[in-house]
Design a protein around this ligand. Structure first.
Ligand SMILES: *Cc1c(COP(=O)(O)O)cnc(C)c1O
Length: 339
């Protein structure tokens, strides 16, 4: 019995994803940080199997099941031009035999590259708008499709609603089984956090399992208090859906906004160095927007003595970094990655 077995799920992802011991990187960090040994593990959700992988695939297992149960024929959602969420939604729609329409914020690139190229390959129809207007445009599109006799299923930004977040409650259960089998005790889990569904699902899953492990979200684009409140609210609604009602307070949610840099999608030295270090020690690709920033942030927190203390973490030796995917976006940043 799983904590989500009462909920409809359309199997899409290749699960479980590996929990990979990053040995060369661990040795390097132990040496850099100069304290007790660091054992870094990577939860490889960049290997969820669909369309080059990523965290949205786990959310889509529950979202697509809901869409099919409601008799919908089209998935619609929104994101940036290089949205990993839109790319995985387009692929999941193809796999489920549904149409897909995307509201993308920004300008189409010519030629198409990265995630946007893949959206087109998966047969999605793209509509363009601004970042500020994307949710309005999504609702408008839903109305237009309904008027044309279609049955759209609207997926919010990042797939971050209680339905999608259940994918990450189940993911936490999967990790719990893996750490048990390996007989390791993580001191800390670190995850990139943006629309909050991933962290909220993990937090709700940990509560449902009774697993007391710190789950630190590295904010990608929101101030700390705003993201804490959003994750707490979504975790509360997700716990309800899991049948384990609990009210999370913002203060229960661990978030650092110390690494926002130049803002969403702006790659700086922090991201570039993290991407190179991971690539050159482990042969693993991070991405410029999410995992590069979050892993760069983790490196900074480990290097600054006592930096984790404000999250109630005295010392972190066994650390799990949740790799949420995103590598297609690397191609859209080629000029800034290699100079
Ligand atoms: C969407 C995304 C995230 C953030 O997940 P949220 O659930 O939106 O917080 C992290 N990493 C990658 C690669 C993503 O595409």
């Amino acid at each position: 019995m799983s904590i989500t077995s009462h909920l409809p799920r359309h199997p899409i992802a290749f699960l479980p994803t590996p929990l990979h011991p990053a040995s060369r990187l661990s040795a390097r960090l132990t040496n850099d940080v100069g304290r007790a040994p660091i054992q870094l593990w990577l939860k490889r959700d960049d290997q969820t199997g669909l369309a080059t992988g990523g965290n949205k695939t786990r959310k889509l297992e529950f979202l697509v099941a809901d869409a099919l149960a409601q008799g919908c024929d089209t998935l619609i959602t929104t994101g940036a031009v290089q949205s990993n969420h839109c790319r995985q939604t387009a692929a999941a729609a193809a796999l489920a035999g549904l149409a897909c329409e995307l509201v993308l914020a920004g300008q189409p690139t010519d030629p198409p590259t990265g995630n946007y190229l893949l959206d087109l390959l998966f047969g999605a129809r793209c509509h363009w708008t601004t970042r500020a207007n994307r949710l309005n445009r999504l609702n408008e599109l839903a109305a237009e499709l309904r008027a044309a006799g279609r049955r759209p299923y609207l997926i919010t930004y990042g797939g971050s609603d209680p339905v999608g977040a259940c994918g990450y409650a189940l993911a936490l259960e999967e990790l719990h089984e893996q750490v048990h089998a390996l007989d390791i005790t993580p001191d800390l889990i670190v995850v990139p956090s943006s629309s909050g569904g991933t962290q909220a699902g993990l937090v709700a899953g940990a509560y449902a399992l009774g697993w007391d492990v710190p789950i630190l979200g590295i904010s990608i684009d929101e101030p700390e208090a705003k993201l804490q409140a959003a994750v707490a609210e979504l975790a509360t609604r997700t716990a309800g859906r899991l049948g384990k009602p609990h009210t999370f307070a913002a203060a229960d949610i661990l978030v650092s906004d110390a690494f926002l840099g130049g803002g969403y999608g702006v790659m700086g030295d922090l991201e570039r160095e993290a991407i190179r270090l991971m690539a050159r020690t482990e042969g693993i690709l991070l991405d410029p927007v999410y995992t590069g920033r979050a892993f760069g942030g983790l490196l900074e927190l480990l290097r600054r003595p006592g930096a984790l203390a404000r999250f109630g973490i005295a010392d972190a030796h066994t650390i799990i970094f949740w790799h949420t995917g995103g590598s297609p976006a690397l191609f859209a940043y080629a000029g800034e990655l290699i100079s």
